[in-house]
Ligand binder design. Structure first.
Ligand code: AMO
Length: 432
């Protein structure tokens, strides 16, 4: 017997009175005298398997005794049944109990009781059997597909850069050290330096989807210590050029989710309209004025507090860019404005009060880059391998980095970013 010939979603009226083999997890068994109803769950939905004593008493006994969440495969005939949720049921001829589940279950899959989030994460494999937990990852899949499709159509080449590195990119304090034979190395915080080095190769447009590691001590509903970053870098471009591409990427993500994830959107009970472009662009100084007008404390020249960002979000709903940041709030690689070096060509893409992406036009002049490093207390000597690529023909370039989990949190209205990653890594969690 084959283990599966059809998913629940593939069974149609054409299969009525025909043989199929279906397989999955026993979600529920209900015995009503001489008849048993088994709810068999597969990736796409639920199939009712109806065992009748008069047809096969042994089979009825076998199925009724299967513990919930066991894996079984059922060969049987599809019968129309208006009372079954799917409009049909399968009358079993042969059943294989492939793998019996232990009892009791560590967490319920269909029970109405709310399991606390920590317990869900402790038993994540089982938590992900719930359609609403799984739906998030189907959206995630579509998001990544959309990014690839959009960037590839714009002529970008997908690359992979090392995750074990010798230097910090986003500031030195939040690095995870690793022992690299006799040397000290780090897990990369961002592909920043490597994607920029690609601009000196002539590849011109590159992107990477990969892990980024941040040893941030704070434990919040927005931060992970390991997240997935979508990074792009584009040569002969300025910040406005890459903002335009970002707008297209965001639109593509949302329209593709709307087209391909109708079922998941309904499971999660969410609607996501495709945002109109261009997104609003508000510069840093305008933001300071807005925040001040709400009587919230803000120091001109510094990054915004949570409270300040919330105040902004009251005025600026949905997606908007904050541009022209004070140079000292941004990393050394961001290009200061030529006529006013106190501010720089950096932008953040926000959604309400949440930051989704940051990006900038970069410094491409090696001497200025060294100056910028020194201004930030960094030693150019430690960045020789990076600086060298700026000394033999480096075009102007710009790019951005977008956190997949942040984007997914926004789309799904998740209360906690950990809902959007399979196995979160945070201050206290290293397993599973
Ligand atoms: P930045 O540090 O702002 O910029 O990160 C880019 C985007 O990554 C996401 N992100 C995170 N997501 C979850 N947990 C975290 N701890 C976390 N930290 C960051 C956010 C953020 O907007 N090299 C630059 C990008 C560039 O200029 O190209 C960078 O890493 O969505």
């Amino acid at each position: 017997m084959r283990l599966r010939t059809k998913y629940s979603s593939e069974i149609t009226e054409n299969d009525y009175n025909k043989n199929v083999v279906v397989a999955g997890w026993v979600q529920d068994v209900r015995k009503l005298g001489s008849i048993s109803f088994i709810q068999l769950r597969d990736r796409d939905g639920i199939i009712q398997v109806t065992a009748l004593k008069k047809e096969n008493p042994e089979m009825l006994k076998k199925l009724t005794g299967v513990p919930r969440e066991s894996v079984i495969s059922v060969e049987g005939v599809v019968k129309e049944n208006k009372e079954a949720k799917a409009g049909f049921e399968v009358i079993p001829r042969d059943v294989k109990i492939i793998n019996s589940a232990k009892t009791p279950l560590p967490i319920g899959v269909v029970d109405k009781v709310d399991t606390d989030f920590e317990t869900r994460l402790n038993h994540r494999f089982m938590d992900l059997r719930k359609p609403e937990a799984q739906a998030v990852f189907k959206l995630r899949h579509t998001l990544l597909k959309a990014v690839r499709e959009e960037l590839v159509s714009e002529g970008f080449v997908e690359i992979h850069t090392p995750k074990i590195v010798a230097t910090a990119t986003e500031g030195g304090t939040n690095l995870f050290p690793v022992q690299y034979f006799e040397k000290k190395a780090f897990l990369n915080q961002s592909p920043q330096l490597y994607k920029q080095m690609m601009m000196a190769t002539g590849l011109d447009r590159v992107f990477e989807v990969g892990p980024a590691f941040r040893a941030e001590e704070h434990d919040t509903i927005r931060h992970l210590n390991e997240f997935t970053s979508i990074d792009m870098e584009m040569a002969f471009a300025d910040e406005e050029d890459v903002m335009k591409i970002l707008e297209k990427v965001i639109q593509k993500m949302i329209s593709m989710v709307n087209n391909e994830n109708k079922k998941e959107l309904s499971i999660l009970n969410i609607k996501i309209p495709v945002p109109e472009t261009p997104f609003k662009r508000v510069n840093y100084s305008e933001c300071v004025e807005l925040i001040k007008s709400k009587n919230i404390g803000v120091t001109d020249g510094e990054d915004f507090s949570m409270e300040a960002t919330k105040a902004l979000a009251e005025e600026l709903k949905g997606f908007y860019f904050i541009t022209s940041w004070p140079t000292k709030t941004k990393p050394f690689y961001v290009q200061p404005f030529e006529n006013n070096p106190e501010i720089c060509r950096a932008f953040d893409l926000m959604y309400d009060e949440k930051e989704v992406t940051s990006g900038a036009q970069r410094v491409h002049d090696a001497n200025l880059l060294k100056e910028r490093m020194k201004d930030q207390g960094l030693s150019p000597e430690n960045f020789r391998y990076y600086l060298e690529s700026f000394e033999y023909g480096m075009p102007p370039h710009a790019g951005w980095g977008l956190g997949v989990e942040r984007m997914l949190t926004i789309l799904t209205n998740a209360k906690n970013i950990r809902e959007c990653v399979l196995f979160p890594r945070d201050r206290r969690r290293l397993i599973p």
